[in-house]
Design a protein around this ligand. Sequence first.
Ligand code: ATR
Length: 280
Amino acid sequence: MVESAPRAFVCGHPIRHSRSPLIHGFWLRELDLAGSYEAVDVQQKNFAGFVSELGIRGWAGGNVTLPHKEQAFSLVARRDAAAEAIGAVNTLWFENDQLIGGNTDAYGFAANLDAGARAWRDAETAVVLGAGGAARAVIHALQDAGIADIHVVNRTRERATELADLFGEGIRAHGSPELTDLLKSCHLLVNTTSLGMSGQPPLEIHLDPLPEGAVVTDIVYAPLETPLLEAARGRGLAAVDGLGMLLYQAVPGFERWFGTRPQVTAALREHIVADLEAAT
Ligand code: ATR
């Protein structure tokens, strides 16, 4: 029997803004592998049907993005530990004909910081801004890295409390007015809100209270240099942009579908940056 080249997808709604086809297409060409990766627009009402037919339609698996990550969680036969902790699935693949769901966002977050500011792993206290889906992945990564003291600060305090209850020991919830005080002992500051993104209001925050040696990172990558990162660099602090999280989170899925672990290189980054610049 001739094995056909693996086909993988990213599905969401809308999907045309997704950079995942660019990332995986770059790796397929660079590694000279037979295979394809395409964007598929799937409306919410059609998602369960799409997932149930993956095998018979010949997909090796794929990525799941908004608004399907929670539904994917409930549709798979089994989930990896990260997906279980985060409550959402962003990567699908088959094992022994069973559909498995994983979440690679926490891995992507940690790998990006490892590459950009390794000192983050020494942080004892972290402050996470925001309490949405992205915050869940970040909190899981911080817990996994052994950061003992994690403060979640959110406009809507109740959502921060929900996350603190969910993730348990070491997580504390706060409303925005508490932020300035928290920054005084914060070694790692993470923005997971959409504030600072092109077209969104800026994140209003003064970084003066942060201690020397603090690391600041933003999951926003459009613009690459958000006002938050600019302010951090202005204070001489290590600042890591969010594009690397997008690039690194793609690594485990590519390896599952196409059998080779790809590298996040400067050339890949330049390829995606060129696309981001063309879009502005
Ligand atoms: P995601 O899944 O991408 O994390 P989300 O669930 O919509 O997205 O969460 C967005 C986060 O950005 C939330 O923490 C939200 O705060 P609320 O829970 O109070 O809505 C935060 N956010 C969005 N716009 C904001 C704004 N203008 N001011 C403060 N926080 C904002």
